[in-house]
Design a binder for this molecule. Structure first.
Ligand SMILES: [Zn+2]
Length: 305
């Protein structure tokens, strides 16, 4: 088997899957008020696996386990002990692995374990302090590695505090680590995605890019803000890049699908990322299997030039 590093080195374009949480919502799976899509692992593992399989059939070369919200510091607010949370992380990787075995038809599909800056109930007051964050991300990273994922992807890295703690925990496992940064643009400035502070996006990037990462990218960032965020990343990072923006918006308590960009224009955006040197492309919230299938048809299999 060719490794992920070899696929990157030889210039293969890799397709990433689309949003898992919003796909669960679209299918009517109830989201937990504290752990969002995290608790669905307990209630609807069958739907999670089904969604993974649809993304694989659509053409994804890399799928992301539904562990975005299953860090101990989040799950404790949903009533899960550290041991139960450990098992949920193992299960998240296992569901993705089973989906690959059942749907990849011999094609190579990598499984990423996800760790993110998600906070319970999206409540700023439930952000962990540094000591708790270190312990929590370490536990989650070790569980994901034990579960057998091929890499760990850091999702929604959006401030200079959590970013280095989460990335350090991923790197410690010895697995390849991909750092996904999230940005917004306000008054013409590129800022970290979250709204509880106005962190310059450059500061967020600086806090994460000094680690030995396999790839860095922009994710869970509005399609419109992704090009300026990629430009900021490119100014600081010369390694492999990825992008998987979101489309539509979150209005409590649900993702709004009526404003999601259609697959064809989304593919046009992706062509632009590719021309700018981005090698792995997929979608985040709002982006479903139809979009990934469109990327499969529309994008070349190797980097241009
Ligand atoms: Zn997202």
């Amino acid at each position: 088997m060719v490794t992920l590093q070899e696929r990157l080195d030889r210039g293969d374009v890799l397709l990433i899957d689309g949003g898992m949480g919003t796909e669960l919502e679209r299918r009517g799976v109830e989201m937990d008020g504290e752990a969002w899509a995290g608790a669905a692992m307990k209630t609807r593992p069958d739907v999670i696996k089904e969604i993974h399989k649809e993304f694989i059939v659509a053409g994804a070369d890399l799928i992301i386990a539904n562990t975005y919200a299953t860090s101990p510091h989040v799950m404790k607010h949903a009533g899960f002990s550290n041991e139960e949370t450990h098992d949920l992380n193992l299960l998240g990787v296992r569901l993705a692995r089973e989906a690959v075995a059942e749907a990849a038809d011999g094609r190579q599909v990598f499984v990423a374990g996800s760790m993110s800056s998600f906070r319970a109930g999206l409540d700023v007051h439930k952000l962990p302090n540094k000591v708790e964050a270190r312990d929590s991300y370490r536990r989650q990273a070790q569980a994901l590695a034990e579960g057998g994922c091929d890499l760990i992807i850091l999702e929604m890295m959006l401030d200079p505090v959590i970013t280095p703690i989460a990335i350090a925990a991923a790197v410690e496992t010895g697995l390849p680590a991909w750092a996904g940064f999230s940005a917004r643009v306000a008054d013409g400035k590129v800022l970290g995605f979250h709204r509880y502070a106005d962190d310059a996006f450059d500061d967020v990037l600086d806090s994460g890019l000094s680690f030995p990462l396999q790839a860095a990218g922009i994710m869970h960032t509005n399609v419109e803000f992704t090009p300026p965020a990629l430009a900021a990343l490119k100014a600081k990072w010369s390694g492999p890049m990825f992008a998987y923006p979101h489309s539509g918006e979150f209005r409590m308590p649900h993702w709004q699908f009526d404003t999601v960009m259609k697959p064809e224009p989304f593919c046009g955006e992706a062509m632009g990322y590719l021309a700018g040197g981005v090698q792995a492309i997929g979608g985040c919230c709002g982006i479903g299997p139809d979009h990934i299938a469109m990327l499969k048809r529309g994008l070349p299999s190797h980097m241009p030039g």
